[in-house]
Design a protein around this ligand. Structure first.
Ligand code: ADP
Ligand code: MG
Length: 390
């Protein structure tokens, strides 16, 4: 690409939502959301369907007016500014290209609206098409392109005027898996090239993990946790986040404090965890499958590990190794991921011991469980569950 046709690196704007709320007649779509998105950051709003992601994005775009709260972009209050004056680009799930216009005309459209002179327009269209790797497609009509190509045209049209913010609402939702994965890499590259602040909505956790600098996990109109992929994966602060991102093993029980740590009463067994919680409280220990190991039932258990009896109820070949499904006597299902070069000898149907290092477990509140009286005699109330000390 020549220096003359390269898009000028846009300066990403800081976006700040403070106590933003959107109420409809019979529901609260966004429930007092506060979020700061840094200049040039790739932020993903991740959550199940109906959790308020699109509404939040539309409030940033200006298509939806918040019931209360404030929004600033680049330090400016946005309340009374219409969408076209917010310096944002937008890409939706359905490409929304103009079918009667060529690709070049589609991409030029926002420039025409902004009264960019014709010659400059042609250069910018060329550069935008180059950014999305569609050089030479300018004369085609949208119907002459594949779904993935159409979505790249939509992306070119959104970045062509070098907006400081780019908003995308499930832009890859209509594409098949393979194409989705290749376009994820394209979007990541375009983000690095153009330098705008990207806000990306998806319900697909793998997509969020691949793309994002940080992820805001939405549930029921609110944000549960904001962090990098590894922060959310390694140190989830709620059971919802732990179970929404990646695979997890959850053992539920009741807390018994023990010095600075606790143990969890799980039926007639106990599981040790780092951190403290209120005695008798319903809690869960979450462990990632790569940290769960199995050994023969009769093998001795090492110090510093938790051990529970289980049966191997499923063996799944993964190419890079295998995954075992392990069922505890109470029906709880745990997973263990084993690398091909470190396979345990156990087979489907075997009675085994499931083990994990105490510090691999994250202690979290179990909102579905009920508190019951502590049996340890330690009644000092400790109000909230602490993160495990990792
Ligand atoms: P998501 O994008 O996470 O799937 P939305 O932001 O679209 O979620 O919706 C959040 C909630 O707000 C949902 O319960 C939805 O039904 C409700 N909602 C969204 N738009 C409207 C509307 N225009 N009128 C009434 N309720 C709405
Ligand atoms: Mg949505």
């Amino acid at each position: 690409m020549s220096a003359e046709t390269r898009l000028i690196k846009a300066r990403g704007a800081r976006i700040e939502l403070t106590q933003v709320r959107k109420e409809y007649a019979d529901s609260v779509a966004v429930d007092d959301v506060s979020l700061v998105i840094e200049p040039g950051e790739f932020m993903t709003l991740l959550g199940p369907s109906g959790s308020g992601k699109t509404t939040t994005l539309n409030i940033i775009a200006g298509f939806t007016t918040a019931t209360s709260g404030t929004l600033t972009i680049g330090g400016r209050q946005m309340q009374d500014l219409p969408p076209h004056r917010r310096d944002i680009g937008m890409v939706f799930q359905h490409y929304a290209l103009f079918p009667h216009m060529t690709v070049a005309e589609n991409v030029a459209f926002p420039l025409k609206q902004r009264k960019v002179p014709r010659a400059r327009r042609a250069e910018m269209v060329e550069a935008a098409l180059e950014t999305v790797r569609l050089t030479g497609y300018g004369h085609r009509r949208p119907r002459e392109l594949s779904g993935g190509q159409q979505q790249r045209v939509a992306l070119a049209r959104a970045v062509v005027y070098e907006p400081s913010v780019l908003l995308m609402d499930e832009p890859l939702g209509a594409l098949d898996k393979k194409l989705r994965e290749s376009l994820q890499m394209e979007i990541k590259r375009v983000h690095q090239e153009v330098g705008s602040t990207f806000v990306f909505v998806t319900h697909d956790q793998d997509e969020a993990l691949v793309l994002s600098d940080r992820i805001a996990v939405f549930d029921d109109g609110g944000i549960q946790q904001v962090g990098t992929a590894s922060e959310l994966y390694e140190r989830p602060r709620s059971l919802f986040v732990a179970e929404f991102l990646g695979e997890s093993c959850t053992v539920r029980g009741h807390v018994e404090p023990d010095g600075d740590d606790s143990f969890l009463r799980v039926g007639d067994r106990t599981v040790r965890v780092a951190g403290r919680a209120a005695p008798g409280r319903a809690a869960a220990v979450v462990v990632r499958p790569e940290h769960v190991r199995v050994q023969q039932a009769e093998a001795p258990v090492a110090a510093g590990v938790n051990a529970l009896p289980a049966r191997v109820t499923q063996e799944i070949y993964l190419g890079s190794g295998r995954k075992l499904e392990l069922t505890l006597p109470d029906g709880t299902v745990l997973l263990s991921r084993e690398q091909a070069d470190r396979l345990s000898g156990v087979r489907h149907g075997d009675e085994v011991t499931v083990v994990w290092d105490v510090e691999r477990g994250v202690l979290l509140d179990d909102p579905t469980g009920t508190t019951r009286p502590s049996t340890s005699g330690d009644r000092v109330p400790v109000p909230t569950v602490k993160e495990s000390g990792r």
